[in-house]
Ligand binder design. Structure first.
Ligand code: ATP
Ligand code: MG
Length: 671
C-alpha cells in the first residue's frame, strides 16, 4: 500500500530525508542548490501524509508570492489540491490575515486598507513638508527632497522591522544609526527625522484606517508579546511551522515565528548564511546561526551535494564566497561534470550590452532553448530599461519578475484609486486616492485648490472628497463644473454597490473620463488601455473588493502575466531561490557591482554568490567599459573566479575590442 507523498520522500538523499522527517525544531543550514527548499516541501508533505497533521494546521512562510505559489503547487501535486495547507505565503500575507482577524490590536477598524510603499511615501512627504515649513530642517527641493522622503520612509519601516513602536523610536535611534553604519551626516539626520516623524506617521495611518506593510506583522507580534491569552490563541492554531530562506529574517519576523511556535517547538527552518542579502532591510543572519540557542533540543542538519549547477558554475561561486569573512565554512560538491565554462563578455557601453544579450538570447531560442529557461539578472531595477527596449525590438517575449510590478503601474494605481474612492468616498481612507485622481484628467485642480480642499476637510473632519463636494456644490466657473461632475459621478457609482467588480471598474474608467485620456493619446495610450483591460479581467477573480486592494498592495502572481514562454528579467534579490538553465548576469563592473553605495561589502559578495548559483548549465557575465558617462573596470568578482572556470574567449575579445559599436551586431558569445 502506498502512502500519498511517499514518492517525494523517496526522491531525497538520506540527510534530506532525515531532515524532512525529523520532529521538533530543525534547521537546515546549507549552500545554494543543495535541495533546502525541496526538503522543506517534502517536510510539509511528510507532516500531512505520514504524521497526519491536518493541512489547515500547518503554516509555511516564504519570501515571495512566487515562491509561495510554487510551494503550494508542489505540495498539491504530492498530496492533492484539497489537502494543501491554507497557510502558505509570505510574512506579509500571514500578518495580514492575522490583523484582519482583530484589527483593533492596531487600533484599526474592520475593512482597513493596506498602504503600500507609495502610499507610505506620500504620507511622509506631507509630514516632511510640514516639518520643513516649521524650520525643523533646511528647505530643500526637487531631487534632494525626494531622496529625503524615501530615506525617511525606509527608516520608519526599519523601526518596525526591529519591533520598535512609535513612542520608542527616539530612544533607540542612536543604536540604529550605529548598526546601519550610516555616519554620513545625511543618514544620521534621516534617522533622527524618521524617529521624530514616526508617531505622526502612525497617527496619519490610523486616522485613514490604514496599515502599512510593517504594521501587518508588527501589531500581531507586539500583541502576542503583551497578551499571553492572545498569543496562546494563535499558537494553538498551528501544529507545525516551516520557513524557507531563514537567513533573511529580521527581528520582527523572527519574534513572530518564535511566539507562534514556542508551545510545541515544531519549527522547521532552512537557509544559507552565504545568501543573506537583506541586511539593509534589517535581516540578521544570527537568527539562523544561533537557531539552536533559542530552540534547545533541536537539530542542525547540513547538506553538501549541489543538485543544481555544473562544476564550473559551482567553482566560480565557491571562489567568490570564500572571501566572505563572516560566513560558516560549508563544502559543496556536484556529481554533474564541469559543464561549460562561464562566458565573460565585455561591451563598449550599455546599449551594446543590451543588444548583445538580446541577440545571443535570440540565437539560443533558435537553437530550441525554452524562453522561460532563460533569466537575465541585474543589480538594480533601473538596469532593465535598455534591455527591455532591445528585447522588444528583437521580438523576444519577456517578463519583468517582481511581485508587485503589475500593481505598481501608474494606470493600475489610478484605476484602483478611483475604485477606492467610489467604495468609501466619505472615509478618510480614500484621501490618498482622491489626491491621486482628482486632477486626472485635468480638472483645473492645482496645488492651491487642493490646499483649500484640505483646509476644509481638516476643519470639518471630513474626507477630501466630501470637502470637495461641499465646496464646489455652488461654485461657478469651468473647473468648478468639472469637479462637480466628477464628484457626482463617483457618488452615483458608489451608491450602486452590488454591481460586479469588473463592470464597476469599467464604468468608473469611462464615466470619469479617465479612459478617454488614453484613447485620445493614440498609440501612446495603447499600453495603458491594455493594462486597464487586464485589470478589468482580473477583477472578476476578486470578491470581496477588499481582497483586490490587498492583492494590489501585497502583490500576487495571479495578478501578473503568468510568465510562461517568456524570458525572465529581475534583480538578483528577486532571483533568490530560483533557478534557470541559462543565466545572464549583466553589469559586472566596478562601482555598479559590487555597488559602491552599499557600505556592507560582504553583502555584495553574497549577492554575487546568489547570482552565480541561479544557473544550472550556462552562465554568462557581461560588463561595459563605459557606463553612465564614465569609464569602468570589470568587477573585482571577475578576477576572483578561477580562470579555468571562465571562457577564454573573452580575454581575446577584450584585447581586440570588437567593433560592436560599428557593426551594431556583436556576436560576443561565439568562442
Ligand atoms: P537555494 O539555496 O538557491 O534556495 P535550495 O537549497 O533551496 O537552493 P532547491 O531549489 O531545493 O535548492 O534544489 C535545487 C535543485 O536541485 C532543484 O532543481 C531540485 O529539484 C534539485 N534537487 C534537490 N535535491 C535533489 C535530489 N535529492 N535529487 C535530485 N534533485 C534534487
Ligand atoms: Mg531554496
Amino acid at each position: 500500500q502506498t502512502v500519498p507523498g511517499e514518492g517525494m520522500l523517496a526522491g531525497l538523499t538520506p540527510p534530506q530525508r532525515q531532515a524532512a522527517r525529523k520532529e521538533g525544531a530543525v534547521v537546515v543550514l546549507a549552500g545554494a542548490g543543495t535541495g533546502k527548499t525541496r526538503t522543506l516541501v517534502a517536510g510539509v508533505v511528510d507532516r500531512i501524509a505520514r504524521r497526519g497533521i491536518p493541512p489547515s494546521r500547518i503554516l509555511a512562510v516564504t519570501f515571495t508570492n512566487r515562491a509561495a505559489e510554487e510551494m503550494r503547487s508542489r505540495i498539491a501535486d504530492a498530496v492533492g489540491a484539497d489537502r494543501a495547507p491554507g497557510w502558505i505565503g509570505t510574512f506579509h500575507a500571514h500578518g495580514r490575515r492575522q490583523l484582519r482577524n482583530d484589527p483593533d490590536i492596531a487600533r484599526l477598524r474592520e475593512g482597513f486598507g493596506i498602504a503600500d510603499a507609495e502610499d507610505s511615501r506620500r504620507i511622509v512627504r506631507r509630514l516632511l513638508q510640514a516639518a520643513m515649513a516649521d524650520g525643523a530642517f533646511e528647505e530643500e527641493n526637487g531631487e534632494v527632497f525626494r531622496q529625503r522622503v524615501k530615506s525617511v520612509t525606509t527608516r520608519i519601516a526599519l523601526f518596525k522591522d526591529d519591533l520598535v513602536l512609535p513612542q520608542q523610536a527616539a530612544g533607540v535611534v542612536e543604536e540604529l544609526v550605529q548598526r546601519y553604519a550610516g555616519d554620513a551626516p545625511d543618514d544620521v539626520m534621516a534617522w533622527h527625522l524618521a524617529a521624530a516623524l514616526y508617531p505622526a506617521y502612525q497617527a496619519a495611518l490610523r486616522e485613514a484606517n490604514m496599515a502599512d506593510f510593517g504594521d501587518l506583522l508588527l501589531w500581531p507580534t507586539v500583541t502576542m508579546q503583551r497578551d499571553e491569552a492572545y498569543r496562546r490563541d494563535w499558537g494553538r492554531r498551528f501544529d507545525a511551522i516551516l520557513a524557507d530562506e531563514f537567513q533573511d529574517v529580521n527581528r520582527l519576523q523572527y519574534q513572530w515565528l518564535r511566539l507562534l511556535s514556542q508551545d510545541h517547538g515544531e519549527i522547521f527552518s532552512v537557509g544559507d548564511d552565504a545568501q543573506s542579502i537583506y541586511g539593509w532591510r534589517g535581516a540578521n543572519v544570527a537568527y539562523i546561526r544561533n537557531f539552536l540557542n533559542d530552540f534547545p533540543g533541536g537539530a542542525m542538519i547540513a547538506l553538501e551535494q549541489n543538485f543544481r549547477s555544473t562544476g564550473h558554475i559551482l567553482s566560480a561561486a565557491n571562489a567568490v564566497i570564500a572571501l566572505d569573512s563572516g560566513r560558516l565554512e560549508k563544502t559543496l560538491f556536484t556529481a554533474s561534470g564541469p559543464g561549460e565554462p562561464i562566458e565573460v563578455v565585455e561591451f563598449s557601453g550599455g546599449l551594446e550590452e543590451a543588444q548583445g544579450i538580446a541577440s545571443e538570447i535570440g540565437r539560443r531560442l533558435l537553437e530550441g532553448v525554452a524562453p522561460d529557461d532563460i533569466a537575465i539578472l541585474y543589480r538594480f531595477n533601473f538596469m532593465s530599461r535598455l534591455l527591455e527596449e532591445q528585447l522588444l525590438k528583437a521580438r523576444i517575449p519577456y517578463e519583468l519578475v517582481n511581485d508587485t510590478a503589475f500593481w505598481q503601474r501608474g494606470v493600475i494605481r489610478d484605476a484602483l484609486a478611483l475604485l477606492r474612492l467610489a467604495s468609501c468616498p466619505d472615509d478618510l481612507q480614500s484621501d490618498e486616492a482622491f489626491r491621486r485622481v482628482i486632477n486626472q484628467p485635468a480638472r483645473g485642480v492645482g496645488a492651491k485648490t487642493l490646499a483649500k480642499i484640505e483646509a476644509v476637510a481638516e476643519q470639518e473632519y471630513i474626507s477630501l472628497f466630501a470637502a470637495a463636494e461641499r465646496m464646489f456644490a455652488s461654485a461657478t466657473g469651468k473647473s468648478a463644473g468639472r469637479v462637480r461632475a466628477f464628484v457626482a459621478t463617483i457618488r452615483e457609482i458608489s451608491a450602486v454597490d452590488n454591481a460586479p467588480l469588473a463592470e464597476r471598474i469599467r464604468e468608473l474608467l469611462d464615466r470619469t473620463g479617465y479612459a478617454d485620456m488614453y484613447r485620445a493619446a493614440g498609440e501612446d495610450g495603447r499600453a495603458a488601455l491594455e493594462n486597464l483591460e487586464e485589470l478589468v479581467g482580473l477583477a472578476a477573480e476578486f470578491t470581496p473588493l477588499g481582497d483586490l486592494f490587498d492583492h494590489a498592495a501585497l502583490g500576487s502572481v495571479s495578478g501578473a502575466a503568468s510568465g510562461e514562454g517568456r524570458v525572465r528579467l529581475m534583480t538578483i534579490h528577486a532571483a533568490k531561490g530560483l533557478e534557470y538553465g541559462h543565466v545572464f548576469l549583466m553589469g559586472w563592473e566596478d562601482r555598479l557591482f559590487p555597488s559602491a553605495s552599499n557600505p556592507d561589502a560582504d553583502e555584495e559578495r553574497r549577492l554575487a554568490y546568489v547570482a552565480l548559483t541561479r544557473g544550472r548549465r550556462r552562465v554568462a557575465i557581461t560588463w561595459c567599459a563605459w557606463r553612465g558617462g564614465r569609464c569602468a573596470d570589470p568587477s573585482v568578482f571577475l578576477s576572483e573566479i578561477p580562470p579555468a572556470a571562465l571562457c577564454h574567449g573573452w580575454l581575446r575579445k577584450h584585447r581586440k575590442g570588437p567593433s560592436a559599436t560599428r557593426t551594431g551586431h556583436p556576436a560576443p558569445y561565439v568562442r
